[in-house]
Design a protein around this ligand. Structure first.
Ligand SMILES: [Cu+2]
Length: 475
């Protein structure tokens, strides 16, 4: 068993003065929140009153600010989040922001991040999609108590991609993510920058998720074992958002940040997305897709050509399955020149060569088990040799969707039989999360380069919290 305590000890050293230096605000919030992980957000305050049936007023899309991965302190704590316009909610936030700040790092650099747990329960941060050693992965065993902290330091040793960060304490991931703890972790490299993709105001992260609200407008988490399905969409924690867009090509970095909902995204004018990347970064070439299915945890990288969108016209980003207009793209009419859609090869991806028959089989059973076992944080369920390509087969006996997520390595999806019976363009290249539907069998090839304990789990967060997770050791 690797040693976990080292970094927490260093953290406690920090914490001795850390609790004081954090100021009294979150500590007071913690004290108030005796029955809940949330501090009360003043539901009696008229500010929070929300009349039903009000005309739909759209709010400017919130764009999280960016921070460096070097020397970052990331504090999770209760607070009050503005959800656009007059919408406010009690929330859990990283550095007082919902979503958390977008962490940006170059491939080849080093991340040094101090996580401070200002919640009232255990937490730890997982860097979803980041290829890091065990100690930096945010394994549930590394969860730190309220008021404690954890030091991360790891090399950014991977290609450009949109990754993300969120809590990973056993049995509490769902509620902590739901109430606001999530943010983008963007890795850049020279291969990507050479493509001169839209940047600055024309590269927009979209963390899309669902939510429900109580009568005071506060986030409300209902449902348990079957998973949470919310009544409304949130994009970057903005309710009914719009984005003012120029006559330009936009690069949208999309994350499905829902606890359980699978989304099928499309544009209201029936235009296509130009798909250029997914979980693990750029695809080998772009492709036009009219809709994209994304399960919780999955990412896509798309270009949308809005060069003909005149002032006063709008295009809606929609979720077809929910029947939602998620985001209004509202034309300013300003013409931007000098952009071009990429053509030809975006990136070269070496196909993994591995066995034709499964090395291992994982059955995602019901809402709580993998291969018949409920997660035991102290149990190692299997061992994998590093540097060896294995074929993993994912099956289910029902209760899908089960978005299967593996820590410690990316994989390449080989096949889907049964159910939808096919692979989609956004499932090419490198993935770390793949959607397993009812009656489906999905095969992936995977190779681990780092040793240590990691987890495989369902990213339907109620399933994960109820035990649909498994420890394995790469040796
Ligand atoms: Cu599941």
């Amino acid at each position: 068993m690797p040693a976990f305590t080292d970094r927490r000890l260093r953290r406690r050293d920090f914490l001795g003065l850390g609790a004081a230096s954090l100021g009294s605000a979150w500590l007071m919030a913690c004290e108030r929140a005796t029955d809940s992980i949330l501090s009360p957000a003043g539901p009696g305050d008229p500010l929070f009153a929300r009349g039903g049936g009000a005309a739909l007023t759209r709010n400017p899309l919130r764009i999280p600010n960016t921070v460096s991965a070097s020397g970052l302190t990331l504090t999770a704590a209760p607070g009050t989040a503005n959800l656009g316009g007059t919408f406010e909610s009690a929330a859990l936030m990283y550095n007082g922001q919902f979503p958390g700040p977008s962490i940006v790092a170059n491939s080849g650099s080093t991340a040094s991040i101090q996580f401070v747990n200002g919640l009232t329960q255990q937490s730890i941060t997982h860097w979803h999609g980041m290829m890091v050693d065990h100690e930096d992965d945010g394994h549930p065993l590394q969860a730190v108590n309220a008021g404690s902290s954890y030091n991360y330091e790891f090399p950014i040793a991977q290609r450009a991609a949109l990754n993300w960060y969120h809590p990973h304490p056993h049995m509490h991931t769902g509620e902590q993510v739901y109430y606001g703890l999530a943010g983008a972790f963007i890795v850049r490299d020279s291969e990507e920058s050479a493509l001169q993709l839209p940047s600055g105001a024309y590269e927009v992260p979209l963390i899309i998720r669902d939510a429900s609200f109580d009568s005071a407008g506060n986030l409300k988490l209902g449902g348990k074992s079957s998973g949470f399905i919310g009544t409304d969409p949130l994009v970057n924690a903005t309710r009914t958002p719009y984005l003012a867009v120029d006559r330009a090509i936009y690069r949208f970095r999309i994350l499905n940040g829902c606890n359980a909902r699978v989304m099928r995204l499309a544009l209201s004018n029936n235009a296509s997305f130009t798909l250029i990347g997914n979980d693990g970064g750029l695809l080998t070439s772009s492709s036009s897709v009219q809709h994209i299915t994304m399960a919780p945890g999955e990412r896509t990288d798309v270009l949308v050509d809005l060069r003909s969108l005149v002032a006063g016209s709008s295009v809606m980003l929609r979720c077809l399955d929910a029947g939602w207009d998620i985001l209004e793209l509202r034309g300013t009419g300003a013409v931007i020149s000098g952009q071009a859609m990429p053509s030809g090869t975006l990136s070269s991806i070496t196909a993994l060569a591995g066995p034709a028959t499964p090395t291992r089989r994982f059955s995602f059973d019901g809402m709580t088990r993998i291969n018949g076992l409920i997660y035991d944080i102290n149990r190692t369920d299997f061992r994998v040799q590093h540097g060896v390509v294995e074929r993993w087969r994912f099956v289910t006996n029902g209760n899908a969707p089960h978005p299967v997520h593996v820590h410690g390595a990316s994989f390449q999806v080989q096949s889907r039989t049964g159910g939808r019976g096919m692979l989609y363009p956004w499932e090419a290249g490198w993935k770390d999360t793949v959607l397993l539907g009812d009656r489906e069998t999905v095969d992936v090839l995977i190779r681990f380069e780092r040793t240590g304990m990691y987890v495989i789990h369902c990213h339907q967060l109620a399933h994960e919290d109820q035990g649909m997770m498994s420890n394995f050791v790469v040796e």
